[in-house]
Design a binder for this molecule. Structure first.
Ligand code: AMP
Ligand code: GLY
Length: 441
């Protein structure tokens, strides 16, 4: 029987997943549908049908899956995982590549995440404490000798964390907690170093890693300004970033493997956010899905058929070994002016897809365009309050990939904010220098 695949989610990450599925050598053999809260024109163009629905509305997702006779689902974002979409699809007889609600807690509940690491002796856990009373948390801040990361336990779209000594003072951290309506917060030792992401595809005993990525969370160039969902990211042509050693990747893999072994029956993507510190690798957090933007870096260089991976996971087979092209990638998001604090929605987006794709022609690389949160109206595309679209340059070196991404942005459209420093030689070199300094070299 041939498959009917349903992709859930409508952001840049899901456009990258859709592209990976649509490029399957077996695409002719399966039907392909998608559903999301926003109509993503990139995904709509790659699928046989696209339904706009609230992707956290479990019944709506299951009804849609049943209406198309879905046999296999892929869940992109964390919100449907937290809502229990995987469990509900499973109850309806549809396998979903993504963790069940209980396993997704590794991302969706940051206090569970830390307690789980401590209980199972998973290496890389910083000192932490969990509070349900904000006044008690404030006292802890006063007494703690050093800087802290203040993290609401629930999902905040990557925007809830505040780090003292970096973004705010301890007094501001206390004010932040007192003014919040958080029910639970985690306070943890501030980790200092360089961050990197390693995403693993997981099913059964298989934990297969993809190349390390560095995301850029701060809104403005030079890592200034508020945290965002991620402004852009890069990979090198190998599994490591230029500031990492093979041992760093190996340690990250070991941590992911130990975490999967301790979880019940995790499947889907386990995303480790790591900090390379003077004392070795620490875990900043785990996510239970691909990163956005990080999916747009690793999926375009994955030579293995992604449909084969998810179909093998569903069938209980060993996952195929993952092959990656030895190419670097640089992803840059175009976001509405004012994002994330005061984003200007309703700006007309005029993306010249063909020119953007042609931008790489002279540079021996490829330029890819991924739509994220755009509002498709009768007369065209408009910005929402979230990230609009991303361009990805793929080439032999980070510098070439960066130049391709910039060329593509130059022709893609105007009126957006972009972090032009992502992937530049100067910024990458500053990361290398930072790690050398931490390692006392
Ligand atoms: P999260 O929502 O957990 O990804 O946190 C968002 C960002 O906050 C991370 O990417 C880090 O830059 C920062 N962060 C989180 N935890 C810590 C920590 N313990 N020390 C330093 N920075 C942190
Ligand atoms: N890039 C950060 C995230 O997806 O959580």
């Amino acid at each position: 029987m041939s498959d009917t695949v349903l992709l859930i989610g409508g952001g840049g990450r899901e456009h990258a997943i859709a592209r990976a599925l649509a490029e399957s050598t077996e695409r002719e053999t399966f039907e392909f549908y998608a559903c999301a809260g926003n109509r993503n024109p990139g995904i709509a163009a790659l699928t046989d049908g696209f339904e706009t629905l609230d992707e956290t509305d479990v019944d709506a997702v299951v009804d849609y899956a049943e209406s198309i006779d879905a046999t296999l689902a892929v869940v992109g974002p964390e919100a449907p995982l937290a809502a229990g979409v995987v469990d509900a699809l499973e109850d309806a007889g549809v396998y979903a590549f993504g963790p069940r609600q209980a396993d997704a807690r590794i991302e969706t509940d940051k206090s569970f995440q830390r307690e789980f690491m401590a209980e199972h002796d998973i290496p890389g856990c910083p000192d932490y404490a969990v509070f349900e009373e904000m006044e008690a948390a404030c006292e802890y801040i006063d007494e703690y000798d050093g800087d802290l990361a203040v993290k609401p336990a629930g999902l905040t779209g990557g925007k809830g964390v505040r780090v003292t000594g970096d973004q705010i003072t301890k007094a501001e951290a206390k004010e932040y907690l007192r003014e919040s309506d958080y029910e639970k917060v985690v306070l943890e030792e501030r980790l200092v170093g360089e961050e990197f992401t390693v995403q693993a595809l997981v099913a059964g005993d298989d934990v297969l890693i993809t190349p390390a990525v560095q995301d850029h969370k701060r809104a403005y160039e030079g890592d200034e300004g508020p945290n965002t969902g991620g402004m852009g990211s890069y990979t090198d042509a190998s599994f490591q970033l230029p500031f990492m050693t093979e041992l760093d990747s190996f340690e990250a893999l070991e941590i992911l493997k130990e975490t999967v072994a301790a979880l019940d029956d995790f499947r889907g993507v386990l995303y480790g956010q790591f900090m390379l510190t003077a004392d070795g690798i620490r875990v900043v957090e785990f996510n239970a899905r691909f990163g956005d933007p990080e999916a747009m870096n690793v999926l375009p260089v994955l030579d293995t058929d992604f449909y084969d991976v998810v179909a093998a996971a569903r069938d209980g087979d060993r996952l195929p070994a993952l092959d990656f092209a030895d190419r670097a990638t640089v992803c840059k998001y175009a976001v509405p002016e004012g994002y994330p604090t005061d984003p200007k929605s309703g700006t007309r987006i005029e993306v010249d897809e063909e020119s953007a794709a042609a931008a790489a022609g002279d540079r021996d690389g490829e330029a890819l365009l991924f739509y994220a949160s755009v509002d498709e109206r009768d007369d065209g595309l408009y910005t929402t309050t979230s990230r609009s679209f991303a361009v990805v340059g793929v080439a032999d070196t980070i510098a070439e990939a960066e130049a391709i991404a910039e060329d593509a942005l130059a022709v893609a459209g105007e009126g957006f904010h972009v972090r032009h420093d992502i992937g530049t030689e100067a910024l990458v070199q500053s990361r290398i220098d930072h790690v050398s300094e931490l390692r006392g070299e």
